[in-house]
Ligand binder design. Structure first.
Ligand code: INI
Length: 175
């Protein structure tokens, strides 16, 4: 049996971030924790690109365009949809989650769902707290892990299953 796991060493990996301006008092905190999380794991500032969009509804399209650009190992989506603010809560949160998932499957690039969907403003603030559990930091960790898993799977795709690198090298030498 082979157990394959991603690593949390992000040196050399590149990340795109799409962040919604709506509920900026929450999303700005998600963004700063996300940036901290990336740099803490070795990502260089030059390897991060941040794109701001009006609201969570607009995130999927921009995430897909970034993923298609082949410039990023993973894309992170940050937003905050709060039920109390709008009767459109269901439409916006459903479309954001569906669209983000679809964009990831369409492009084959990990696109991380760091969009808060909460009942109240207080719940959103709690989940964006920089010193407690913060969805922005979590999204950074998930992005690094998924980028690393995908990279590892792509690198091993050329090798037949169960074949060790040493035996491939030996076979090549005999040719
Ligand atoms: N966008 C959000 O990101 N969060 C919200 O809570 C929200 N509310 O409450 O309406 C919201 N609306 C804007 C929406 O995402 C689009 O930007 C807008 O509909 C234009 O397409």
């Amino acid at each position: 049996m082979k157990l394959r796991k991603g690593s949390h060493d992000a040196t050399g990996l590149r990340f795109g971030i799409v962040v919604a301006k709506f509920n900026k008092f929450v999303t700005s905190k998600l963004l700063s924790s996300c940036l901290d999380g990336l740099t803490k794991h070795g990502v260089k500032d030059a390897d991060i690109e941040v794109v701001r969009v009006p609201g969570a509804f607009e995130i999927p399209l921009v995430a897909k365009v970034l993923a298609q650009s082949a410039r990023f190992d993973a894309v992170i989506c940050l937003g905050a949809v709060i039920r109390g603010d709008t009767p459109h809560f269901e439409y916006i949160s459903t479309e954001a989650s569906r669209g983000i998932g679809q964009a990831s499957l369409d492009t084959g690039i990990p696109i991380i769902f760091g969009v808060l969907t909460t009942e109240t403003v207080a719940q959103a603030i709690e989940r964006a707290d920089p010193v407690k559990f913060n969805r922005g930091g979590e999204a950074a960790k998930s992005a690094i892990e998924m980028a690393s898993v995908l990279k590892m799977l792509k690198e091993s795709a050329d090798k037949p299953a169960g074949t060790k690198l040493t035996s491939i090298k030996r076979a090549r030498r005999k040719r």
